[in-house]
Ligand binder design. Structure first.
Ligand code: SDX
Length: 445
């Protein structure tokens, strides 16, 4: 295992020519270097733009902006490609397991047998939470959303594991990443148990990562808990599919928080908060709510109409993506997995799945969605699968956060190891008042 963090040289940006900016107001020309990565679009390096020209770039929502260079995940939105360290998500979902993918994201390579055993052992022996943290849960109302609990508990970890906040020390940095991956299932399962008034269930070292999570969530002290290997495998696959996804909103939040030197637990808590939004990881819960609101197939046209109406804030949840202008490869895998899980739990007829597939069919034949290249994304089918496991909708986004922790900590680690790293500090286009004299109270209208 890479105990000495060395930033791989492969994939370092290489200069490939330049573009020339002509300021027609002054006639001045500026050459801006073009950089090429190992794959994907070239970038125009504008780091010196303001200093050389006095101009900022302007890109609300960062639709055309690269915030960093990274070697972890590659997306091709036009072709629907998702790769982690060069490995296709389809291969990882089919042949790998979540802890292998965690190792791949963190250390750049799939582990060999010895590394895999060592990594699994290390993660397993960090799954327990400091016993006092359970009192943190008891401060919440029982009906608190589990994401509120996760933001609070994960942010509080720095108070219980202060050693892991010294991330300039390579070993302590490694410990923090392993603790977060290991403890997230325990934290999420405890949030569920607290919400249903059942006793917390401790992790067990004889269970797999996914099996442990299902055991901590659904087992009760009064009887043995048995779960089929097929469902454990399906749960593990769901974690893999959510593991990382380039510079999405929550990962960018983790990077932004980390750029100030905040401790890893605080940065991951910030990522959880960002993921919660319905435009991002909160969409899996919103898809189920939407399907339940649609109710029956005959109501689909009305909702499609609403989704297209600019005066209606309603959007088709689980559809569209900033990067994918093709099918989200994770949605394809999840759709297959949904059928497998429903069959394994003995649900012959899931009306919500039938409704979802009919909605997908109608939307993908509708000009509005075709023209805007709006396809189902990872959240469209994940909720139906998770509902089949028996999770309440409030646990859907915590499970997304659980899976994404591997990506967040890997991107966090990549950022703090980057010698070029500096605090993220975007500028703005100011459109407010210009200078004006102070108005004393007795002169105000
Ligand atoms: C995730 O970034 C990531 O990688 C995220 C993620 C990850 O793994 O980290 O993949 C996980 O967050 C998936 C996305 C989950 N969110 C949803 O399913 C919510 C519904 N989707 C939309 O909110 C939207 O599609 C976004 C937020 C996902 C993307 O928004 P963009 O890129 O800003 O696109 P846009 O709003 O500019 O939309 C372009 C056009 C607009 O119409 P016009 O102004 O061109 O006429 O498409 C329309 C939008 O109104 N549109 C939709 C729509 N999504 C976009 N119209 C109806 N329903 C939708 N779902």
């Amino acid at each position: 295992m890479d105990t000495v963090d060395t930033r791989a040289t492969l994939g370092d940006p290489s200069k490939c020519g330049h573009v020339t900016l002509i300021d027609h107001a002054t006639g001045k020309q500026y050459d801006l270097p073009v950089l090429q990565g190992s794959e994907g679009p070239k970038v125009i390096d504008v780091q010196r733009l303001y200093r050389d020209t006095g101009y900022f770039t302007y890109d609300p929502g960062y639709t055309s902006t690269g915030s960093c260079d990274s070697q972890i995940t590659f997306l091709d939105g036009e072709k629907g490609i998702l790769r982690h360290r060069g490995y296709a998500i389809e291969d990882l979902a089919e042949h790998s397991d979540y802890l292998e993918v965690c190792h791949l994201l963190l250390y750049g390579e799939l582990p060999n047998a010895g590394q895999k055993a060592e990594f699994e052992h290390d993660i397993t022996y960090h799954t327990m939470l400091h016993e006092q943290l359970q009192y943190f849960y008891r401060g919440f109302r029982r009906d608190a959303h589990p994401m509120a609990v996760m933001v609070g508990v994960v942010g509080a970890l720095s108070a219980f594991y202060p050693d892991s906040t010294d991330f300039h020390d390579v070993q302590k940095r490694r410990l923090a990443t392993h603790q977060l991956i290991a403890k997230m299932p325990t934290i999420a399962a405890m949030a569920y148990k607290y919400s249903v008034g059942q006793p917390f269930v401790y992790p067990r070292n004889d269970l797999s990562y996914a099996g442990n999570f299902l055991h901590m969530t659904f087992s009760v002290p009064s009887e043995d808990y048995k779960i089929s290997p097929a469902l454990v495998r399906a749960m593990d696959r769901i974690f893999i599919l959510h593991a990382d996804h380039e510079q999405n909103a929550s990962t960018s939040t983790v990077r932004m928080a980390s750029s100030s030197g905040a401790n890893p637990f605080a940065c991951i808590a910030a990522g959880i908060a960002s993921l919660w939004g319905p435009a991002h990881g909160g969409a899996n819960q919103a898809v189920l709510t939407m399907l339940q609101e649609i109710g029956t197939k005959d109501h689909i046209p009305e909702f499609i109409k609403r989704a297209k109406d600019k005066n209606d804030p309603f959007r088709l949840m689980g559809f569209g993506h900033r990067v994918y202008k093709n099918y989200d490869p994770r949605a394809t895998i999840l759709r297959t997995s949904t059928h497998e899980v429903l069959e394994e739990v003995g649900i012959k007829d899931e009306p919500l799945l039938d409704l979802a597939m009919e909605l997908e069919k109608i939307a993908l034949e509708d000009e509005y969605f075709v023209e805007r290249k709006l396809f189902p994304n990872v959240d469209f089918y994940s909720g139906i699968t998770l509902k089949a496991f028996g999770f309440p909708t409030s646990m859907f986004t915590p499970i997304f956060a659980l899976g994404r922790t591997a990506g967040w900590v890997s991107q966090w680690k990549e950022m703090i190891k980057d010698p070029q790293q500096k605090i993220d500090r975007p500028r703005q286009l100011y459109t407010g008042h210009q200078a004006r004299p102070y108005v004393h109270l007795d002169q105000r209208l």
